[in-house]
Write a protein that binds this ligand. Structure first.
Ligand SMILES: [Zn+2]
Length: 471
C-alpha cells in the first residue's frame, strides 16, 4: 500500500469537521441532575450531546450503541481484539467574561472559541473523523476500534462505571483528553475525609477558645485563605503583636482584628493544584503554624497540634509517616485541602494523597489511621483511584510514539504525572493529546479554544494511530 498522507485526508474534510463540531459545541451539556430522566442520567442537554454523536455515527454507517445515556460507542473494524478511544462530551459551566458567547462557536485568528473546544468536544470530533478517515479509505483492520464517549468526566465518572459494567473493556487504547506526547503513568489518588471526636474537657487556664477555624473548599487545591475566630478574654494586644510578628517573619499576608466576640485572624496563602502542594502556600497550615504560638482551649489545642505535627512541612508525607519516592512518578504528595473546626461542633479535615509506583493504598491508610488516632481523628470516607501505569515497552506506547514522531518530527517523550486523566478509565490506556507542547492550556477557563492547526494535526495523528493499532 502506498504511503497514506494523513494530513491531506484531514484537509479534504476540514469543512465537515467544523460543521459537525459546531453543532456539538452549541449544546450546553453541563451536568444538570434537575432535568435527569430515562436515558438521561446527567440531564437532558448531556443526553442530547451524546445522542448527537450517536446519530452522526449512524448516518456515516458505523455500528453505534447508546448505553442508557451513560455513555455510547461508535465502532468500526473486525476481529477478536478491541482498541478503545475514550473521550467525553460533558463540559464544565462556562462562567463569566467570555469575548464571544461560549455556546456560539466562533473562529478568530486561527482559533476556535467555545466551551468544550479543547475539553473535550473538539478532541471527540477529531477522534471521530480519524475513525471515519480510516473507514472511508477502506483500510483493512484486524481488530475492532471503538470510540467510547463519556458523559460524566467532569464530575464523578459514573458514566464509565455504568458503561463498563455492561460493555467490553478494550485490550488497550488511548484518551484524547490531556496532553501530547504520551502520558503513561499517573499517581494513585486517595481523597480522605477525617473527622475528630470533638470532645471538650473543660480545663482552667488562660487561653483563647478556638471558636472557628475554616479553610479550603476543594480537596485537590491548596487553600488560599484561612479564617479563624478566637473567643475569650485574653490579652488582645499581645495576640495582635504575635500575629504581626508571625506575618512579618514569614512574609505572609494577613491580619488580626478585634470584634465583639474576640479576635478574627485571616491568613492569605497561594492556591495551586493539589498534585504539587509544595508549590502553593497552604493558608490553613500557615494558620496552624501561627496558632502553635497562641494559648488555646484543649480541643482547639488538639486540633492545631494535629495539623502541626502531621501536616505542616509535610507535603511529601513526612509527618504522616507515609513518605516514599521512586524514579518514574517521584514523591508521594499530601495536600491538606479542606480544614474545619467549630468549637463543640464539627471537626474535619480532607486530605488528598498521591502515591507513586510501589505505593500501597491499604498500608498508607493504616499508617494515617494510626497517626490520627492519637488526636482523636478517624477516617470517615475514602475515595480511591488506583495507580495507572503502562510499561514503556508496551506495544501501545511503542506504536503511539512512532505515530507521533512520524507526524510531528518531534521526539515522543513519555510523561508521568500526579493527576488523573480519562485514560484511567481504560485498563491499559494512556492519554494522547490533544494539547501540543507549547500550545496554550485553556480547558475550564473563559475563552476556551483550540488552535485549528492543532485540531487538524491531532485528527491526522489519531487516524494513523487507529490504523497502526488495529491493522
Ligand atoms: Zn476533559
Amino acid at each position: 500500500m502506498s504511503e497514506i498522507r494523513w494530513l491531506d485526508e484531514v484537509e479534504k474534510r476540514k469543512e465537515d469537521i467544523l460543521k459537525d463540531l459546531d453543532g456539538l459545541l452549541r449544546i450546553e451539556s453541563v451536568l444538570d441532575e434537575s432535568t435527569a430522566g430515562e436515558k438521561a442520567p446527567f440531564g437532558q442537554k448531556i443526553a442530547e450531546a451524546l445522542e448527537y454523536m450517536m446519530q452522526l455515527g449512524e448516518k456515516d454507517g458505523f455500528l453505534t450503541k447508546n448505553v442508557d445515556g451513560y455513555a455510547g460507542h461508535i465502532e468500526y473494524g473486525e476481529g477478536e481484539e478491541l482498541i478503545g478511544l475514550i473521550s467525553h462530551i460533558d463540559v464544565v459551566p462556562a462562567g463569566e467574561g467570555w469575548t464571544s458567547p461560549p455556546y456560539e462557536p466562533e473562529v478568530r485568528g486561527g482559533k476556535l472559541y467555545a466551551r468544550g473546544a479543547i475539553d473535550d468536544k473538539g478532541p471527540t470530533m477529531a477522534a471521530y473523523y480519524a475513525l471515519k478517515i480510516v473507514k472511508e479509505l477502506g483500510l483493512p483492520l484486524s481488530k475492532r476500534v471503538r470510540l467510547i464517549i463519556g458523559t460524566d468526566e467532569e464530575s464523578k465518572w459514573r458514566d464509565m462505571k455504568a458503561y463498563f459494567a455492561r460493555e467490553e473493556m478494550p485490550t488497550m487504547g488511548f484518551s484524547p483528553d490531556a496532553d501530547f506526547p504520551i502520558i503513561a503513568s499517573e499517581k494513585g489518588l486517595l481523597d480522605i475525609l477525617l473527622t475528630g471526636n470533638g470532645q471538650e474537657q473543660p480545663v482552667d487556664g488562660d487561653y483563647w477558645t478556638l471558636a472557628e477555624f475554616k479553610s479550603g473548599q476543594r480537596v485537590n487545591m491548596v487553600p488560599d485563605q484561612a479564617v479563624v475566630k478566637l473567643a475569650g478574654e485574653g490579652d488582645v494586644f499581645e495576640l495582635k503583636e504575635k500575629v504581626q510578628d508571625f506575618l512579618l517573619t514569614h512574609r505572609i499576608q494577613g491580619y488580626a482584628e478585634e470584634n465583639n466576640d474576640g479576635v478574627s485572624i485571616v491568613i492569605q496563602g497561594q492556591s495551586h493544584h493539589g498534585s504539587e502542594p509544595h508549590k502553593g502556600l497552604n493558608a490553613a497550615l500557615e494558620m496552624a503554624r501561627l496558632l502553635g504560638r497562641v494559648p488555646l482551649d484543649p480541643s482547639g489545642r488538639n486540633f492545631v497540634d494535629m495539623l502541626n505535627d502531621l501536616l505542616v512541612d509535610g507535603y511529601f508525607g513526612e509527618g504522616l509517616g507515609i513518605a516514599q519516592e521512586e524514579e518514574v512518578l517521584g514523591k508521594l504528595t499530601v495536600n491538606a485541602g479542606v480544614v474545619e473546626h467549630v468549637h463543640n461542633g464539627r471537626q474535619s479535615l480532607r486530605i488528598n494523597v498521591r502515591y507513586p509506583l510501589g505505593g500501597d493504598a491499604e498500608s498508607i491508610l493504616q499508617t494515617i489511621t494510626d497517626k490520627m488516632s492519637a488526636y482523636g481523628f478517624t477516617i470517615d470516607n475514602v475515595d480511591h483511584k488506583p495507580l495507572h501505569h503502562v510499561e514503556r515497552n508496551h506495544p501501545l506506547i511503542q506504536t503511539l510514539a512512532k505515530v507521533y514522531e512520524d507526524q510531528t518530527g518531534e521526539k515522543a517523550e513519555i510523561l508521568a504525572i500526579g493527576g488523573g486523566t480519562f485514560a484511567r478509565a481504560l485498563k491499559t490506556g494512556v492519554a494522547f493529546g490533544p494539547l501540543f507542547p507549547g500550545s496554550e492550556e485553556t480547558a475550564h477557563q473563559r475563552d476556551e479554544h483550540i488552535l485549528l492547526e492543532d485540531l487538524w494535526r491531532s485528527t491526522a495523528i489519531y487516524a494513523q494511530a487507529i490504523y497502526e493499532l488495529a491493522r
